[in-house]
Design a protein. Structure first.
Length: 176
């Protein structure tokens, strides 16, 4: 029992360090191709709120969240840009095309087979889906990995509140 408590304390401490590491820092630049081989440079989205999602086509939570992201796109239009990054070596043109078709995805899914974007966000592993909210100035304002503490984000209600807060010029709630 004592070992479990110690392990939990270590894990929570590490999570706090990571939160401090990503909160309120400039989002690293990158340029990645989508399924149509068009390159998307994060810098091209300055001036808009960006939702950057790391996902896998085989992830059931990612599939559910795709519907929420479609709702975000419909509600906010051009004020919010959504970029998904397929971060699994098994994701390819075919799996991404099937995912886009099967979930009516209307935002670009980028390929990151080299794990370049992963390393830029200073994380070796995280739960999928995992999203970063990046403000119009390119600053990371929110960092949310799928889990028991973030279900309201990934079910939509809290995500819409975070987006509204950021679009109004406020700060997001940060790391969860």
């Amino acid at each position: 029992m004592r070992t479990n408590i110690t392990l939990c304390a270590i894990l929570l401490g590490g999570a706090a360090l990571f939160a401090a590491d990503t909160a309120n820092r400039r989002a690293p630049g990158f340029a990645l191709p989508d399924s149509k081989m068009e390159v998307h440079d994060l810098a091209d989205y300055r001036g808009k709120l960006v939702i950057l999602e790391f996902m896998q086509t085989t992830c059931p939570h990612c599939a559910s969240f795709a519907g929420i992201l479609n709702e975000v796109q419909q509600k906010y239009g051009d004020r919010v840009a959504i970029l998904a990054v397929a971060n699994s070596s098994h994701d390819n043109q075919n799996t991404v095309a099937q995912y886009i078709s099967g979930h009516q995805v209307r935002y670009p899914i980028l390929f990151d087979a080299g794990q370049m974007a992963y390393s830029y966000f200073r994380s070796q592993s995280f739960d999928n889906p995992h999203i970063y909210l990046i403000d119009a100035n390119g600053i990371i304002r929110g960092d949310f990995g799928y889990g028991p503490m973030t279900t309201e984000i990934f079910e939509g209600k809290a995500l819409f509140a975070e987006i509204d807060r950021l679009l109004a010029g406020g700060a997001a709630q940060g790391k969860k």
